[in-house]
Ligand binder design. Sequence first.
Ligand SMILES: Nc1ncnc2c1ncn2[C@@H]1O[C@H](COP(=O)(O)OP(=O)(O)O)[C@@H](O)[C@H]1O
Ligand SMILES: [Mg+2]
Length: 371
Amino acid sequence: MRLKNLQLVNFRNYKNLHLEFNEKVNLLVGKNGQGKTNIVEAIYMLSFGKSFRTNKDKEIINFDSESLYSGGNYLKYGRECVIEIAIGKNKKGIKVNKIHVQKIQELLGNFNVVIFSPEDLRLVKEGPKERRSFIDKEISQIIPKYYNYLTNYNKVLFQRNKLLKSNFVDKNLLDVYDESLAKYGSYIYIMRRDFIKKIANIAINIHKNLTGGIEDLSITYKNQLDISDEDNINMIYTRFLEKLISSRDHDIETRTTRYGIHKDDLNICINRLDVRLYGSQGQQRTASISLKLSEIELIKNEVGEYPVLILDDVFSELDETRQKLLVDNLSAVQMFITTAEVSHKSIFNKSNTTIFNIDKGKVISIENGGN
Ligand SMILES: Nc1ncnc2c1ncn2[C@@H]1O[C@H](COP(=O)(O)OP(=O)(O)O)[C@@H](O)[C@H]1O
Ligand SMILES: [Mg+2]
């Protein structure tokens, strides 16, 4: 996957911007608060239809304007495609190859992006919610209907919890909710199990490489149903439904749902020890990098092409060895790297790098490789 260009109109602090990108490395350099992340936010939105920084689309529209436009041409399987997003005060339209998409599900999977930000370096250290969100984003890109199941599951979970909080809990309604949760949940369990298995197989090798062969990274699926490789969808549906029903009294008392995919997590171990509890900060970071790099390989395996990679402000958080490891491991991937430090320029091979110097919502100069 290669993003060829980006056109922004009234997107954050960009009134009107057109950029042509390098097919390898794009360095966005500038002081803090100038608009580096705004550009990668726009790139990310072409993939997911929404920002990674806010759920409120309105915030993205330039302060002095009523609407924004963002569009990008990219190459996939050698063909040129285009994604366009328009956001007004109360409406939003997304087009893929000039055709309106009705649901986010139809956008997902067209243009694949992996983003790596400082929070991701803490992926291993953070709580389960962050790891679930990592899992959800990745599966949605590979299997867009996963996003549909997840949205439906969350809607039903919200309804069920609302019912549990009411003064009278209608058992018939609870029956309906439980069956729906089990239906959507069982699909999600299966998809998460398969995804985690695949990513774990890739991660073990990547982590070995990153650590000179001395660390064994194991990643397994932590869930309340002890799901095994042999379990099929019907078995999972039945077990999940039983759990929901058996937990009803407890759930009514605590007014919340105890069992389900919303409690899932990853077990991450290095040399058999839980890296969250026993790993050093360096080990936790390297394990996080291994996970992110695995995600890139997995998308390559499943989609047939590498995703575009965004590194937002992570560079300055890495020591030079890890910076080099990252860049060397990713020579086949198109990258967008934001950084405030010009010194990082030296890490990159000049011939395949374009540097965009950014100041107050303007690209003030462009340095092309070799010049
Ligand atoms: N909706 C908006 N309209 C105009 N400017 C905005 C909007 N949202 C954010 N900004 C401006 O964008 C700048 C931050 O851009 P950002 O890309 O996050 O900076 P950085 O270069 O540090 O990554 C700030 O100056 C902020 O005022
Ligand atoms: Mg930034």
